[in-house]
Design a protein around this ligand. Structure first.
Ligand code: B3K
Ligand code: ZN
Length: 876
């Protein structure tokens, strides 16, 4: 297929001002009548053909201004409708298409999930419903009439506000009409029809509007919506208080469906969610699930302003709404919980998902310039790195100018489909800072490496930091320019005090943020009264790979004393990472792993430090994952050696500080009833992190505690934590626990996902065979994206040693599965294949196997565009 390029963007030749949809639903045959009010754009030559997008459509009627079109007046194909010579003035087009919702396994367009009709239109799904100018810069006002059998679909939902509803006389059918007054692109269209239960609440906006809030779920799940509803109300309030944004319709509806390709979708006034991000009970959801729901509910709600009121001009601008909205949901969660803990969690996610993407063949700029399939660009780079870019902007211009820039953006662009340039211009105006160089963060792919060397001159009272930035070539970008990098710095003195320099030369500053702009930049801090330990990149002020010359003792000093909690965590992690890389090299030579006494002491101090919040201590104790270690090693990786080293390292810590671990484990026991709040969740996180050490240590008594923990658990967080340790450490009691869990949750699909996942991620040679077997389990279904992700996705992306098996069987299995899945659901298949993104960093034997699996797929002739795009880019 021909690629789409940013430089080819042209405004649409025709405009659509209003859309009237009449949707008559039936499982195998849904009729969609679309009445479009069209007008030629002023710079379009009269007589220019009107070309509408379609995808797999069947046209069953067509008329223009009430007149049925004759054969020569148009041409039609499943993917295109052309009106050869449209009127020069405004006109109305009526298009009827007939769809088969049950045959729609791609879960794009109109489909049925467990009997509920629902839609997914982003990015290009509306064209699977009717012929349209399916592009985000075509904004129209929609009125939607939905009709279905009363028995089949008592609930009928559309965008906007409800207008009228009633029976269709003389039939067993009824209808509802919805009107959305806010012009929107087609990707924000949605409708839902089904037999659903509803949980309701209300919210009064700061502008005095009373909003009805409804969450629709399958019958029986009404009791699992409280947390989602609570999260929604808090999101609405927060957006008013922090961004000055109020809700703008009389209703806000959320529908949870079980078959959904992503997390959720921000359709105007009618958010559709993967049920995983709505349903939560202590019995079935972990603390992580609760936090995920809070985040995703907030994210979709925040899109109402950043995405819906102001949308993207074209799909290259995707980060305009996604990066910004992730930034907003991160800030929301930080305010709801512990800011430091949230920041650490976000940076961990960035490093584990985005950094490897940026380092491999799938690397692309935050704003790409070319795509074959836009659905493959809903990536960690666009979302998470996109959020980091917004965060850097705030860091460089300061909080006040940032808020002023946001206000200006909302004021100036409300109701528009716009660009990154327009967004940046608002902040440049609000701050007076030239953002020209900064805009390279949107253009250049790859993670910059920032090397820092420090020289302290005692007599002169001077610290000199030399920054060197490097950005490696990435696909289609051989040469890179230097970036504008915000580096937040503190100087820690020996007595736990921050040292304040009398002057800083060599860099512009915003508060404690240095502006690093040149390939080599020397910054001098003078007037220092003692030896400082520089705390660099506080709060992870830029998404770079920092290589400082601080030694282990300086880093452990920061780990214990830094005023910035993020950097305390980061300092410890960096010591641990260095040790794990050395241990991996040792493991490859069959050497025993030892952990330095200083590092052991740092761990012990952390476990026992009650002045720190438990959630933070838990994060400090969690070792970098195997994929993180592999990423830092960067080339010729042997995943078995990584696994062996990490396992031995964890065992050494567990054994060396066993009594401390055990004591804190006991102290974190909570007698009170389960509550999902951050404080309680933090205690469970620490306790369950310690449980992981107990289960992986040499002491059989410690091991035994895991089984007891499983049996005593009265909530999913504890139960699943114990099940994971039992399974991954292959402890006695594992099989019984897996069986007991299966028995208990057989009928709860979301809980069974965890059961699939925990087995698929077990680092043992028998796992691949087990995963193969589990594809035949009655609870598994290749048609459900959550099940597929839980079993195959988890194996491919969450099991380093087994996916990357030395014999290549892991690659072959995933490639074969993805190949079959591609015929049913290309988006899900393509996402699965992105697990291959780091194949070039493997040692030669595995590399050859991975390449063979990719080449085998590339040779297939009938791959979807989605799959081919990923496979071919992986091979580039
Ligand atoms: N905007 C949707 C993602 C749509 C993905 C289409 N392949 C969810 C979100 O980011 O909020
Ligand atoms: Zn989003």
């Amino acid at each position: 297929s021909a690629p789409v390029r940013l430089e080819d963007y042209r405004a649409p030749a025709y405009r659509i001002s209003t859309v009237h949809l009449d949707i008559r639903l039936a499982p195998r045959s849904a009729k969609v009548r679309a009445r479009l009010a069209l007008e030629r754009a002023s710079d379009t030559a009269p007589g220019t053909p009107l070309v509408l997008d379609g995808d797999d459509l069947r046209l069953t009627a067509l008329s223009l201004d009430g007149r049925v079109l004759a054969d020569g007046d148009y041409t039609v194909a499943p993917d295109r409708l052309e009106i050869v010579s449209p009127p020069t003035g405004p006109f109305t087009l009526e298009i009827e298409t007939t769809l088969d919702p049950d045959a729609n396994t791609k879960l794009m367009g109109l489909y049925r999930s467990n009997g509920t009709y629902c839609t997914q239109c982003e990015a290009e799904g509306f064209r699977r419903i009717t012929y349209f100018l399916d592009r985000p810069d075509c904004l129209a006002v929609y009125t939607t009439r939905i009709e279905a059998r009363v028995g089949e679909a008592p609930v009928l939902l559309g965008n906007g506000n409800p207008v009228e509803s009633g029976p269709v006389p003389g039939t067993d059918r009824h209808y509802a009409i919805w009107h959305d007054p806010h012009p929107k692109p087609a990707y924000l269209f949605a409708m839902v029809a089904g037999d659903l239960a509803c949980v309701s609440d209300s919210f009064r906006t700061c502008e005095g509007r009373d909003v009805a809030l409804n969450i629709y779920v399958e019958h029986g799940n009404e009791g699992a919506c409280d947390w989602a509803m609570d999260s929604l109300k808090r999101s609405m309030r927060w957006d008013e208080e922090v961004f000055g944004r109020a809700y703008d319709l009389d209703v806000f509806n959320i529908v949870a469906v079980s078959d959904f390709n992503m997390g959720a979708m921000e359709n105007k006034g009618l958010n559709i969610f993967n049920d995983k991000y709505v349903l939560a009970r202590p019995e079935t959801a972990t603390d992580q699930d609760y936090a995920g729901i809070e985040t995703v509910i907030a994210h979709e709600y925040f899109h109402n302003w950043t995405g819906n009121r102001i949308t993207c001009r074209d799909w290259f601008q995707l980060c305009l709404k996604e990066g910004l909205t992730v930034f907003r949901d991160q800030e929301f969660s930080a305010d709801m919980r512990s800011r430091a803990v949230k920041r650490i969690a976000d940076v961990r996610l960035l490093k584990s998902h985005q950094f490897p993407e940026d380092a491999g063949p799938l690397a692309h700029p935050v704003r790409p310039r070319l795509y074959h399939e836009i659905n493959n660009f809903y990536t960690a780079t666009v979302y998470e790195k996109g959020a980091e870019v917004v965060r850097m902007l705030k860091c460089l211009i300061g909080d006040e100018a940032f808020r002023a820039g946001m206000d200006l953006y909302f004021r100036r662009h409300d109701g528009e489909a716009t660009t990154i340039e327009a967004f940046l211009a608002c902040f440049q105006e609000a701050s007076g800072l030239d953002l020209g160089q900064f805009s390279l963060w949107y253009e250049q792919a790859g993670t910059p490496v920032l090397k820092v060397d420090s020289v302290y001159e005692k007599e002169a009272g001077r610290l000199t930091l030399t920054f060197r930035q490097q950005l490696a070539p990435s696909p289609k970008q051989p040469d890179k320019k230097p970036m504008h990098i915000p580096v937040r710095v503190g100087l820690m003195g020996e007595n736990d005090e921050e040292l304040a320099p009398a002057a800083i030369t060599g860099a512009d500053t915003t508060g404690d943020v240095l502006h690093i702009r040149t390939p080599v930049q020397t910054v001098v801090f003078s007037g220092l009264t003692g030896r400082p330990v520089p705390s660099l990149l506080r709060g992870f002020s830029a998404p770079v790979s920092l290589k400082s010359d601080l030694n282990e003792s300086d880093l452990l000093f920061l780990a214990a004393h830094d005023k910035d909690p993020f950097n305390r965590w980061e300092a410890l992690q960096s010591v641990v990472m260095t040790a794990l890389i050395a241990a991996t090299a040792g493991a490859a030579r069959q050497e025993a792993v030892t952990v330095s006494p200083a590092l052991i002491a740092a761990f012990a101090a952390n476990v026992a430090d009650d002045s720190l919040e438990p959630a933070f201590r838990a994060l400090c104790l969690q070792l970098p994952g195997e994929a993180d270690i592999a990423r830092e090693i960067g080339h010729d990786v042997d995943p078995d050696a990584v696994h062996a080293a990490r396992t031995a390292f964890r065992r050494a810590i567990a054994d060396d500080i066993a009594p401390t671990i055990r004591a804190t484990y006991e102290a974190m026991r909570d007698e009170a009833e389960f509550s999902p709040d951050a404080r309680s969740a933090g205690r469970r996180a620490l306790r369950n992190t310690l449980l992981d050490y107990l289960g992986h240590g040499s002491d059989p008594a410690g091991n035994l505690l895991v089984q007891t923990h499983f049996e005593a658990s009265d909530n999913m967080t504890d139960r699943f934590a114990a099940l994971s340790v039992l399974t991954h450490a292959a402890l006695p009691g594992r099989d019984a626990a897996l069986a007991a869990y299966e028995e208990r949750y057989r009928a709860v699909p979301l809980a069974m996902d965890k059961w699939f996942m925990v087995q698929a991620t077990a680092p043992t040679a028998s796992t691949l065979e087990r995963v193969r077997q589990l594809t035949g389990h009655p609870a598994f279904s290749a048609g459900n994206p959550n099940r597929v992700r839980a079993l195959i996705g988890a194996f491919a992306s969450g099991n380093q040693s087994q996916f990357n098996r030395a014999d290549g069987a892991g690659f072959d299995f995933v490639a074969d599965f993805a190949r079959d899945l591609d015929r049913r659901n290309p988006q899900a298949a393509a996402r699965m294949m992105s697990a291959f993104r780091s194949w070039r960093a493997l040692e030669p034997g595995r590399r050859a196997h991975a390449e063979a699996a990719l080449r085998r797929l590339a040779a297939e002739t009938d791959l979807s565009v989605d799959m081919r795009d990923i496979v071919e880019r992986c091979l580039q």
